[in-house]
Design a protein around this ligand. Structure first.
Ligand SMILES: *Cc1c(COP(=O)(O)O)cnc(C)c1O
Length: 388
């Protein structure tokens, strides 16, 4: 991903910053759109993965819809120019204020996560004299085989409506004049790399769809969520296999004539398109450990501290030394006053020095959006490939 010209230009830019490869992003978005087109699948981009304005604009231009998990995201999607009829709103805890705001913006669909939420949504829609389109988010109890902190579709997770509550849910839908029930929704977790998981999901979706149709409901939408993973170990192997992913749904989902299949992809669309660029402040060689202390930490990229996430780390200033030297094992840490502020332990690198530029790769998803002001750090900046 990094040409020598980039690296020499990085030297003159104040660190740390997120570096966005907008060409790669464009290629990834197109690859996904082209893979979905033969099946007429609908893609909604999950804003929570990254709402950087330049990136959002590129996603909107491709024609994708938006998957939002707060009123703030719904508002942002509308401001950026996403079609409000392509905006869906999920979330286990939507406040009355958020629901009212989304009703005013006439979004496509509320993905509702509890029976009580259905009741509240109906009440608020009645007050406004509006009809809200709803999909029921069902917890299908399918194991996503991913990190336990990013699994969402098991009985023990807080998300969605459990299967045993569906009869009551169906009654509530029937008794809610200002709700229009359009479909069922699922999202079972993130960073899913085993595509068999999606076959299991399809089987469950078919069962739930049949259950609702038995009860006399017509389903316009099957929304299967997102979660497709990226290869954090090989960031230069950049574009996820959207072809195989969509093929599974085409093969294993029972799709009725006129029925739409919706997806909500976040990470897979944007994850590889950014790196966190940071400079070495200090090298500390200890008896037991060698430390590289960077000028970026968990305040800029929280994933390693939050869920022990792996990111490939490269010393861009010494790439040419990589093969010629015996590597040294370093703990690569940030400046924040927390022991979990560590990007990697015992990571092999060429001998590194103060001032070296490091890249923390695959940081386009759940990176910039999770940046915090902890320790009263300066806001993280962004640099785009077309600028330098
Ligand atoms: C986070 C989220 C997504 C996107 O997940 P990725 O793993 O980034 O693809 C999709 N749908 C819902 C409801 C989400 O909360």
């Amino acid at each position: 991903m990094f040409a020598d010209k980039d690296i020499s230009k990085f030297n003159n830019i104040e660190t740390p910053f997120y570096y966005y490869d907008t060409d790669l992003l464009q290629k990834t978005l197109h690859t996904c759109a082209d893979a979905a087109a033969p099946y007429q699948f609908h893609i909604h981009y999950a804003l929570k993965a990254n709402f950087n304005p330049v990136l959002l604009n590129q996603v909107k231009e491709i024609g994708f819809g938006a998957d939002c998990v707060s009123a703030g995201e719904v508002r942002r999607a509308v401001e950026v120019g996403f079609d409000n009829k392509k905006i869906v709103f999920a979330g286990v805890g939507k406040s009355d204020k958020e629901i009212n705001e989304a009703l005013d913006l006439d979004i496509f669909c509320f993905n509702v996560e509890s029976i009580q939420e259905l009741e509240v949504l109906n009440e608020l829609a009645v007050k406004k004299g509006k009809t809200a389109q709803v999909a029921i988010r069902i917890n299908p109890n399918v194991d996503a085989h991913t990190h336990h902190n990013i699994t969402t579709g098991l009985d023990e997770n807080k998300f969605g409506i459990n299967s045993w509550d569906l009869p009551e849910c169906a009654d509530t839908l029937k008794a809610s004049p200002n709700l229009k029930f359009i479909g069922i929704h699922f999202h079972i977790g993130s960073q899913i790399t085993n595509l068999d998981v999606y076959k299991n999901l399809c089987v469950r979706v078919n069962e739930f769809a049949a259950w609702f149709e038995d009860k006399g409901f017509k389903l316009q939408v099957l929304n299967v969520g997102g979660g497709l993973g990226i290869d954090y170990y090989n960031p230069d192997h950049q574009i996820p296999d959207f072809g195989s992913y969509f093929k599974i749904f085409n093969e294993f989902l029972t799709i009725k004539p006129g029925q739409e299949v919706h997806f909500e992809l976040g990470r897979a669309l944007v994850g590889q398109s950014a790196s966190l660029i940071t400079r070495v402040l200090y090298i500390k060689n200890g008896k037991k450990k060698n430390f590289v202390v960077l000028d970026a930490g968990m305040t800029e990229l929280m994933r390693p501290a939050l869920y022990q996430a792996y990111h490939k780390i490269e010393n861009l200033s010494r790439i040419s030394n990589l093969r010629s030297q015996t590597p040294i094992k370093y703990d690569i840490v940030g400046p924040i006053c927390e022991s979990t502020d560590c990007f990697g332990k015992e990571v092999e690198q060429p001998e590194s020095f103060r001032g070296d530029i490091f890249a923390i790769r695959s940081a386009g998803a759940y990176g910039e959006v999770m940046a915090s002001k902890y320790n009263l750090r300066d806001a993280i900046r962004s640099v785009y490939s077309y600028e330098i």
